[in-house]
Structure formats: C-alpha cells, structure tokens
Design a protein around this ligand. Sequence first.
Ligand SMILES: [Zn+2]
Length: 766
Amino acid sequence: MTERSLATVYGYPRQGPGRELKKAVEGYWAGRITAAELEAAAAGLRRAAWRELTDAGLGEVPSGDFSLYDHVLDTTVMVGAIPERHRAAVEADPLAGYFAMARGTQDVAPLEMTKWFDTNYHYLVPELGPDTVFTANPGKQAAELTEALLQGHNPRPVVVGPVTYLLLSKPAPGVEPGFEPLSLLERLLPVYAEILASLQSAGADWVQFDEPALVQDRPQEVLDAVAAAYAHLGGLTRRPRILVTSYFDRLGAALPVLAAAPVEGLGLDFTGSAAANLDDLAAAGGLPGKRLVAGVVDGRNIWINELERSLATLATLLGLAERVDVAASCSLLHVPYDTALETDLHPEVAGWLAFARQKVAETVTLTRGISRGTHLIAEQVDANQAALRARAESPLTHNPAVRARTTAVTAADSRRISPYGERAAAQRARLKLPPLPTTTIGSFPQTSELRVARADLRAGRIDQAAYDERIAAEIRQVLAFQEEAGLDVLVHGEPERNDMVQYFAEQLDGYVATQHGWVQSYGSRYVRPPILAGDISRPEPMTLRWTTYAQSQTSRPVKGMLTGPVTMLAWSFVRDDQPLGETARQVALALREEVADLEAAGTTVIQVDEPALRETLPLRAADRPAYLEWATESFRLATSGVRDDTQIHTHMCYAEFGEILAAIDDLDADVISLEAARSHMQVAHELSEGGYPREVGPGVYDIHSPRVPGVEEVASLLRAGLAAIPVERLWGNPDCGLKTRGWEEVRSSLTNLTAAARQVRENPTG
Ligand SMILES: [Zn+2]
C-alpha cells in the first residue's frame, strides 16, 4: 500500500438533524416559501452536512447525493429523460416540473414509485422507450461540487451509474412491455461522458458511480454491458478518476468484470451476506494499482460496529489493493441522523446504537487504526468491546423465559391440527357463511374526528376514558355500516391503531421506540421504525379489548387483526446479533399467545397480515429458499395453535407473486386476500394454475383510486374470479385496507360490492 487510507461515506441523510428539509419542501408546496427560499434552505443543509463530515475527519465527502425528493429522479433530470407528459411543465418551471414528475398534478400522473432494492426507501422509476433522447444536464452535480469546493471540502460527486439507471427503468406508457431499457446503453454513455467532462472542468478529482443493481443475479448480457460501459467511460481522456461502488450484497460474477475494467477504484460492501466479496476479491486477484473503498460499517442497521472484526477485514484487504479506504457499506440515507438527539431512550440500549453521525465516527476511527496503528485507537476499541459485551450479556437481549419458549418449539407447533379439507368443513359448519362471502381487509377511513380525538388526548384536552369512548363510538359506527351494507365477515376498522407495526411494537417487550429516529421513505415522507433490540415477549394482550368489544356489538363474525412476524421485522430496525429467523420465531410466539387469547374470547376469524413477505426477499436467488423457510415457518408458528374451526386469514398488498407462490401455499392460511382489481383477477388464475387449494379473496375494488366501482364492474370481476376459483373457495373483498379513502367512496363501493356478490351468487355466469 503506497497511499494512506482515508475515511468517506457514499451519502448522508438529506433531512438535517430536525427534518428541516421536510419543512422547507412542504412549505414550498404549500406556497409558504418561494423557490429561492427553498434553494437557500437546501444549500444551508448541504453546507452544514459537509462541515460536519469534514470536521468529523472524513478525507473525502460525497457531493450531489443531496436531493429535494429522490436521487433517481435527479438522475432522470441529469440525463434529460423527462417523460413526454411532463416536458412542458419542466420547461416552464424546472423546480415545479421536478415536483410534478414526483407527485403528479391535477392533469398529469407522476412517475411510478417503487422500493430501492430491499430497503424501505422508494425511488421514482424512470420511463424509457425506443424514442428516448438523452441530453446531458450536469447543472445540479456541477453546482453542488462547486459549492463543496468553495467551502473548502474534498468532494466526490456521487452519480447513479449508467447500468443501474437503465436496469431500474421501465418501458414508458405506450411502449411495448418487452422493451429492454438496457438496450439504450450506447445512447446513454455519451451523455455520461459529457457529465464526466463537465465535472472534471468543475474540479472533480474522483467521481463515484453507484451500481447496486449488480448485486442481483444478472445474465451474461448484463455483465457484457457493464464491461462495455466502463471500457467506454474508462477510455475517455477528459474525465476525473472513476470509483464504481456497489452495496446491499455481494457482486458475485460482476466483481471480476468490474475489477478488470479500466476504472481507478471499486467500492465494495463487506457487511452481512456481502462479506463474501472478500474471498471473491482475492480470487479475482485483488485490485493491483487501484483504490478499494471498503464498506465495513453497516450503512443500513443502527447498531455499533464490531471494530475488531472490521479491523481484521481491513487488514486482509490492505494486501489486495493499492490503497484501501474505509466507508459505510452504503449511503447513510437509510439510518436516522444522530443518537445524541435521543434523550428518552432506554439507557442500556443507547450505548449499543450508531446512527449516521456515529457511523461516520466509526469509519474515521477504523481509518486511523489501519493507517496509523491500532494502538492509537485502543481506547475506542476497548469501549466498543465493553458496549458489545454489555449488549451480549444484557437481560434485554437474553431473556431466559423467551429463550426457553423458543427452544421448546417443535415441528408440530407450526402445523395446524388437521389438514385443510377437514378445517374447511369445520369452519363452514361453525361460521355458516354464504357462498362467495364478503369482507374488507381491516382498516376503515381515518376520519378527522379521530385525528382530533388523538390530538385532544395528547394535549390533555380529554382524558383516556373520553378518548376510549370516541374509539368505541367509531367502532360502533363502522360495524353498523358493515351490517347495513350486508358484509358477511366484519372488521372493527382499527381506529385505535397508528401504524400496523408500531401499534404492536409499542406493546411488545424487547422493542424500543425513538423520538427522532426518522428515515426518508420517499420525498418528504419520513418514517420512524421501531428498534427491535431485545428478546420479544408479550406482557399482556394487545388487541383483545377492542376486538371483543366489537364482537359484543354484532352477531356476525368480527375478524381479529394482527401483523405477521415477517412484517414486524421488515418495518423495524432489527437486531443483528442473531439470525433473523430466530427473531421472527420470538415475534411469532408472542403473536401465537395473542391468537390464543382472541380465540378463547370467542373470535372465530383471525387475520395475520404479511404485506412484507415479498419485499424482504433476499436480493440473490441463492439466499431465498432459506429466507422463505423461516418466513413461512414463523407465520405458521403464530397461527397454528388454533382449533380447526377457527379460520386464519392473511393479506398481501400486491398482485405479482412469481417466486413466492409456493411460499404462499406454505403459509397454510385458510383464506388469503390479495390485490387483483387492476390486473382483472390475474392473480386468481396464477394461484389456480399453481394448484393453490385454499380460499382466495382477490381484490375487486381498487382502493388506490378514489373511483367507485359499479355493481356490474365488481360482478364482472367476481365472475372472472370464478373462472379460476370455485365458488366455495372465492371471497369478495377490496384490494387493501380503506384507511386512505374517504367515507363517501367507501360507503358506495362496499354497498356495490355486496350487491355484486348477491347478483353473482344467484347468477354465476352472468
Ligand atoms: Zn394491503
């Protein structure tokens, strides 16, 4: 190694310590501040972040990673791929046009939004077609680089790489669905070349191209495209040095391709399952003469690093490249800002946590250790080991009662007593539902009265008893409407719940809440995931009170509503000191107790939602079977303790199943409801072709739209469902919960739904 190591990160939270960006952006949308004031607020946030990063000891800071909404949308602007329908707005007012692409307007639909790999961040999907013309707009990148240089920093522009950009894109509306955006690579590369030239003119020494799409299984054509892209960009004469970064998993077959490319550096993730990059890099012959940026500090979890283990990894890496720098594994966008803001945290847990600011400090410490000698960081390493020991030995992470319960679990615990056929007969005898029964998914519209009640309670204007009475009144109203509409299986509407994960996390021991642990979900929307810090147990029933209250108000069955173990993990910061499957099993056992309590109190139908089952799929196909094994087992463990005649439902929020079809079967739920209205019941056909043997409720009311579907339309969807699923196994229900809809639409839509079901029962073929 000839050059001294430096510390860096690929990106930093854009929000600011107090979510200042959210306030500024929403202020601009509401017309409270001008475009110039928004730009000034954004510049102030960038200035403060760079100051903080340089002062903390980073040798290179990211620039261009800041975004008013989304960095993939910024890339779309950078390469001029503005969809036709937004072009006039962007030309008239670039800032307003930018937000129109993100959010839509009265007349024009926004870009589609989807998950950024397996994180909970959402990006705006570029829309491309054979007629797309790319043009270089390096303005934002060059301006932010100049800002950072003028403020005395050593910035490295961060740009979504060309291959990842195309792989994240989809065919524009009207383009044939088989169109491959990657076919536009040759057209896109000259635009990237212009951007490189302009960044060089603006003073960039290095440019970072993010290529996380290469950590997924990719066919040879894609690897060839990667080789061609970086041969082209690397062969340019007017360019800064190029660092190609990847994160979220191992590069696999793409690693030797990138290692051989004529670029000056690679950034690799060495955390979790990406640790395989270490052996793969050695096998590829290392990076002689090049720079390696080693992502050894996990950029996605919120736990302190194991410094000694990272030092050992770095020591091995030092022999594999000309220069080794230390980084977080990915942009710190995915973690909250600063643990120091948490004044109310469980004191024990506080010392185990590292948010963005703490992770920056860890990379600086590790860099000092490898470049100047580990004796210089002995104090930090000692403190780190003490904290890790405290965490490992804490009763919070090792609750003997919980451990005893999980080790006592047998294979029989995750199997229902009888096979489905016998259960179905017992449930028919007990529930006496008509053929084609109707139900809803769980939530009803959150009314302004409810929001007022919640605010009144928080402000002390009403006491708990008065608040509870408002909840009870809401439940009575929701039930009365459902009876009047003629629904068969009712719900209580969930007026008492803030969020389907948080509501349970707040009631389970082992979960910890933060006050300021916000992370960007999309645009100006931030979420505050609970921290699953310790062994999970249920001190007392969580849903019994309102479920039994609701059941006491009606003679029709009221569903018990729970959130499944996979989703409880997926939407939390989950512990990294034991396998996910073990954590899922603990959550499952807590839910199993809740299920038993509900059943004992007379609940005959219990729904356990797993909307996150698909989104948590590992990025690499080879890792999926093991994941699906524990994911489905934990669901069954939560739901299998019931009698044959208690009906278990589950719900998932999407229409494309593909590789999880077998896993859905493995859940062994008696009834599954899914999204299907937009795809005209396609999922019902897929399930039926896959031999799915149990009951199915493919959605017949698209709740993502304010449109009220007519009776004939719903009847036609139900008949389409009947073409795939026999009448004794088909349900009629909306696509998803009704929380985001208005009462007026919901009233008409559900009334039409039950009318359609009656019509189809009488006349199944139309
Ligand atoms: Zn849903």
